[in-house]
Design a protein around this ligand. Structure first.
Ligand code: DGJ
Length: 697
């Protein structure tokens, strides 16, 4: 028996402490270094009524050693053997930031590799290989991330179409499972969990977050074991028989990305953002976008779209994106998906006249596609009815009149790569909005569940297209925010956050989104005065101040807008461009404001020299004089000049008196601004105060 030892992996924002002995290594702590005496981990109380020795909780939790919670590995051979493997270390090596360990189980005839690396976050990945002579079906392989006993509160994510990224906080007892079986990471439950010390907030308490970098089905668990230990377990949800390893084959888990902070959830977000910024394939400033969807829907007309582009260019738009409706027989959402050629009915001279016009105005041109889909009413389906993710012998379940192509099939992947590539080669397109508008139901590939293969196929197709067309950026859209995860973000540059452009809804959606992912990949559009998805009316000031913080766009038929409104949009775009380096490169901050009717968020530059904050009045303030606005994240020892941003017009104030600083500027220390805060005026509901800070000394 080898004497167990502790390996401490150090990153920029956290450490991971791994206990390495003969069996599966245990990740014993994430956060502060925990390299105390090894015996503190190896010799613990053995309770009555239980097993006779301490039960390890490995990075892959094994039933075979007495772990009677959720196992991290589940699977079997056809004769039932191999269902509860027990691995022994063959070799383990590490440096200051990385740990790699290979383990074997000669009885189950399996090999397991565990990789842990630490930088801004801890990344855990496992690979299982079948070393036997018969096939091995994998049911689950999911790493366990330990949480301390003090992590008693849990936050989960949930939502639906037009209401994504909402959170629920609950006391963490027993086992809480979050499953997603929709075939995409989903509006319903993006793959993330956050645990924290009692009452943890945006700016206080310890918090640990874990995201699964995967764009298909997932199975997340937060478990308190009978002995009081806690762990988060995140893995792909594998459908029955979905992953069968033939001799010599391997299954690799999606990365689990763990972030930690001892200063609340904002700190966790910053670590996740740093990680996302290191993987997202995008360069340079994010161009202000005009998207045609809510402006014209399927009603494509060259003259009207050119006129829309003219107004876009006038107000400062930098990228014009033609949405759904330009191809095949696509006159509405019942037909045409799969036929990726320009419709001669609607575009008799092709897309070039529009592209010429857009480029002539100095903007980039982008195009909508939905390559994973096919309408039964399409040339592609008529030619290849067998290319879909369906199950032979059953009528397929359609969604938005469409079926999913089976990206697990090499022929399908080749066809799509060629079709989209042709489009990109024949047109001056620098941006694709890649949509995915339905869940996957009964999706079989060669008679077995095919979601896993579809997701891997999707990643491959995106990579092949990016290699062929390295200057084309791709956006991940799935009926709005149905596929927002750190898996797709290694292949795409932006996420369409939600089909809801209502600013009130957006404030909450975007707060949830930026908890997980950075603001520059968050598509945020100024919609028309009356929201298409909620019917609410909001001022341009409120709509613009809400969209300002993301990757800004306009999704509104500006041909219908008044001169005044166009001037307002131009001012919003100019403000966004001025603040863009800060908004898209700085550290996000979210406040713990005492009034539930208000939200506070902002961005602080990495060097703390510049910051912008939003105080958002969501509903009528609870108190007649609102609580002070505290500005978190500034350098406490520096002084700042603080002023209200009026580029979007004067804030609507709902009281006679107002604090002086609203109309002048004020100078104060970072410590004062975070600790005491500034007196607030009374704002109307659905309005917003933007505040800018510059360091003066
Ligand atoms: C769903 C997307 O979320 C919308 O923005 C739009 O592109 C439509 N699909 C087009 O069909």
């Amino acid at each position: 028996m080898t004497e167990p030892r502790l390996v401490v992996l150090r990153g920029r924002r956290l450490t991971a402490t791994v206990l390495v002995g003969d069996g599966v290594p245990e990740l014993v702590a994430v956060g502060h270094p925990a390299d105390g005496p090894t015996a503190a981990y190896t010799s613990t109380a053995v309770p009555h009524g239980g097993l006779d020795a301490r039960v390890p909780l490995g990075v892959v939790a094994e039933e075979s050693v007495g772990h009677l919670g959720r196992p991290g590995i589940a699977g079997a051979r056809d004769d039932g053997s191999g269902w509860s493997p027990r691995f022994s270390v063959r070799e383990a090596e590490h440096d200051e930031h990385r740990f790699v360990c290979t383990l074997t189980d000669p009885v189950a005839e399996l090999e397991l590799e565990i990789r842990i690396r630490v930088d801004d976050v801890v990344v855990v990945e496992c690979r299982l290989t079948n070393t036997g002579a018969s096939s091995y079906t994998v049911h689950r392989l999911a790493p366990s991330i330990p949480m301390p006993h003090t992590a008693t509160d849990l936050v989960t994510f949930h939502g639906r179409w037009v209401r994504e990224f909402h959170t629920t906080r609950e006391p963490w007892h027993g086992l809480r499972v979050v499953e997603n079986r929709r075939g995409r990471s989903s509006h319903q439950s993006p793959p993330a969990l956050i645990a924290g010390t009692e009452g943890f907030g945006e700016q206080h308490g310890q918090a640990w977050g874990a995201q699964l970098a995967w764009s298909g089905n997932h199975d997340l668990a937060a478990e308190v074991l009978a002995d009081g230990r806690r762990h988060l377990q995140l893995g792909e949800l594998l459908l029955p028989g979905e992953v069968v390893l033939e001799p010599g084959e391997s299954y690799t888990t999606p990365d689990v990305i763990v972030a930690w902070s001892d200063r609340g959830v904002t700190g966790v977000s910053r670590a996740w953002h740093a990680h996302a910024r290191s993987i997202v394939p995008a360069e340079g400033p994010r161009p202000v976008t005009m998207n045609t969807w809510e402006a014209v829907y399927f009603d494509h007309d060259l003259d009207r779209l050119c006129a829309l582009a003219d107004v876009g260019a006038e107000v400062g738009v930098e990228r014009f994106v033609l949405d759904d409706g330009w191809f095949g027989g696509r006159r509405d959402d019942t037909a045409g998906l799969g036929d990726w050629w320009v419709s001669p009915d609607v575009w008799p001279d092709g897309l070039d006249p529009l592209i010429d016009h857009v480029l002539g105005l100095g903007m980039e041109f982008g195009l909508w596609v939905e390559p994973e889909m096919v309408n039964p009413d399409s040339e592609l389906y008529r030619a290849h009815p067998d290319w879909t993710l369906t199950t032979a012998g059953y009528d397929p379940v359609v969604g938005r009149h469409q079926l999913v192509l089976d990206f697990g099939m090499p022929d399908v992947r080749d066809h799509i790569v060629d079709a989209i590539s042709r489009l990109l080669s024949n047109h001056r397109i620098s941006y694709l909005k890649w949509d995915m508008n339905r869940d996957i139901v009964q999706g079989s590939h060669e008679g077995r569940p095919g979601v896993h293969g579809h997701v891997l196929g999707l990643y491959e197709v995106l990579d092949r297209l990016r290699r062929r067309h390295p200057r084309v950026e791709i956006e991940s859209c799935a009926s709005g925010g149905g596929r927002p995860d750190l898996g797709i973000l290694a292949h795409t540059a932006r996420v369409w956050t939600s089909d809801c452009n209502d600013a009130l809804e957006r404030q909450e959606i975007q707060r949830g989104f930026t908890t997980l992912l950075p603001p520059e990949i968050m598509g945020a559009h100024i919609g028309p005065p009356r929201s298409h998805t909620t019917g609410r009316r909001q001022s341009l000031r409120f709509r613009a101040a809400t969209a300002l913080f993301g990757h800004l766009g306009i999704e509104w038929n500006l041909l219908d807008a008044s001169e005044d409104e166009r001037r307002g949009v131009a001012a919003a775009i100019a403000l966004h461009k001025r603040l863009r380096p800060l908004l898209h490169g700085g550290d996000v901050t979210r406040g713990d404001h005492p009034d539930q009717a208000a939200l506070v968020h902002g961005v602080v530059a990495g060097g703390r020299e510049h910051a912008v904050f939003a105080y958002v009045q969501m509903a009528t303030a609870r108190a007649s004089v609102p609580a002070p606005l505290r500005l978190d994240g500034l350098d406490p020892d520096s002084r700042y000049r603080v002023s209200v941003i009026t580029d979007l017009g004067e804030p609507r104030l709902a009281a006679r008196g107002r604090p002086d600083w609203i109309e002048t500027t004020i100078e104060a220390s970072g410590a004062f601004l975070a600790g005491h805060g500034l007196p607030m005026p009374v704002l109307d509901p659905e309005s917003c105060l933007l505040v800018e800070c510059h360091r003066t000394g």
